[in-house]
Design a protein around this ligand. Structure first.
Ligand SMILES: NC(=O)c1ccc[n+]([C@@H]2O[C@H](COP(=O)([O-])OP(=O)(O)OC[C@H]3O[C@@H](n4cnc5c(N)ncnc54)[C@H](OP(=O)(O)O)[C@@H]3O)[C@@H](O)[C@H]2O)c1
Length: 332
């Protein structure tokens, strides 16, 4: 009989690719979504839906049902680019939601729990490329809440309440993503301006490669309690990434730049002014961080212990992503 897996955040960008990958590998996939979730990304993928809001503690029964017969849990759901919500909402989903899920998995005796964290828990990398042991330095509320969620999961694994692993993806891109859309669109429209020198290092992972790595973290024996950074083959200076994106879209390479700090201060002012009204700031500091923090990672551990090997080179991945944005009419 096919092994049964539960994927949280099944309808999200990464979650939907993971569901497809696991179905193709022959698993019976149960996808945890909310009643309010948009399910477009799951069209044509043969999964069994389960419904629960991870932030809602009264959902214990729903989580119990979702865990029935499950061998592996892939916990991918998180609140991520949500602006205009109170800080505590990040905690409700990324920490308390993770706790509810870990407890339900523990009660259901699942064989393996894979917790999806982020390299953002290490924030700015002082000596790139960073290994999994580089110090924690979360730089914003999202990263702080992801770090708390990761620590919680690792405590469960250390205390042998569950057999589990942690994966930390670098920036995820590919068809279906909207996080990098603005970058592509601004480059496409000739409106992109570099903040600062463009020398900071950036590291991406193509979503299909990433989910293959996440799947392995649920399958490989003898890796209990381990943490794995999952990234693409190469990292590169931001200016080189911008140039590659311009070239795959066949548009002029942007050359103009602005100094960082005036924009950072404007981001801070926007956040302060918008917060009381619960509206999304037009500019915020996390966006500026993209231009000033080195993020380059060593993926040797995932390669050696998981057998992870990224297959999609950066040019091909950027090209496929740009084509998808174009086909959706998103670039204008
Ligand atoms: N994107 C990146 O570059 C990146 C980099 C490093 C790590 N990560 C991590 O990778 C994972 C996937 O990221 P992504 O970019 O693919 O995210 P995404 O597309 O925003 O998907 C997030 C998923 O979480 C679900 N979710 C949010 N709040 C929930 C709640 N209260 N209860 C149940 N489900 C909830 C969402 O459901 P709804 O549709 O109902 O909101 C959605 O399915 C996350 O853990 C993120 O922290 C992302």
């Amino acid at each position: 009989m096919a092994k049964k897996v539960l994927v949280t955040g099944a309808n999200g960008f990464t979650g939907s690719y993971l569901c497809k990958h696991l179905v193709e590998k022959g698993y019976h996939v149960r996808g945890l979504v909310r009643r309010s979730s948009k399910l477009d990304a799951l069209k044509g993928i043969d999964i069994e839906p389960a419904y629960a809001d991870l932030a809602d503690a009264s959902n214990a029964n729903a989580l119990e049902d979702a865990m029935k017969g499950v061998d592996i849990v892939y916990h991918v759901a998180a609140t991520y680019r949500t602006e205009g919500v109170p800080r505590k909402y990040f905690w409700q989903v990324n920490v308390e939601g993770t706790r509810h899920l870990l407890e339900a998995a523990n009660r259901a005796n699942v064989a393996r729990f894979v917790h999806c964290s982020t390299v953002g828990v290490q924030g700015e990398i002082k000596n790139p490329p960073a290994t999994e042991d580089a110090p924690f330095a979360p730089g914003d509320v999202y990263q702080e809440s992801k770090l708390e969620g990761e620590k919680l999961a690792r405590r469960f694994f250390e205390e042998k309440k569950l057999s589990g692993t942690v994966v930390r993806p670098v920036g995820i891109y590919g068809p279906g993503d909207t996080r990098f859309l603005k970058l592509f669109r601004f480059i496409h429209n000739g409106k992109f301006r570099m903040l600062g020198s463009g020398k900071v290092l950036y590291h991406l992972t193509f979503v299909e490669d990433l989910v293959a790595g996440i799947a392995l973290a649920g399958e490989k024996p003898n890796i209990e309690g381990e943490v794995f950074t999952i990234g693409g083959k190469e990292y590169l200076p931001l200016s080189a990434l911008v140039e590659k994106i311009a070239r795959v879209m066949n548009v002029p390479v942007p050359r103009k730049s602005f100094p960082v700090w005036p924009v950072w201060c404007a981001g801070l002012a926007c956040e302060i002014l918008c917060r009381p009204f619960g509206i999304e700031p037009p500019l915020y500091r996390r966006r500026v961080d993209f231009f000033i923090k080195d993020r380059a990672f060593d993926i040797t551990k995932a390669r050696t212990k998981l057998g992870f090997e990224p297959k999609v080179d950066l040019e091909t991945g950027l090209c496929r992503t740009a084509e998808w944005y174009k086909a959706q009419g998103m670039l204008n």
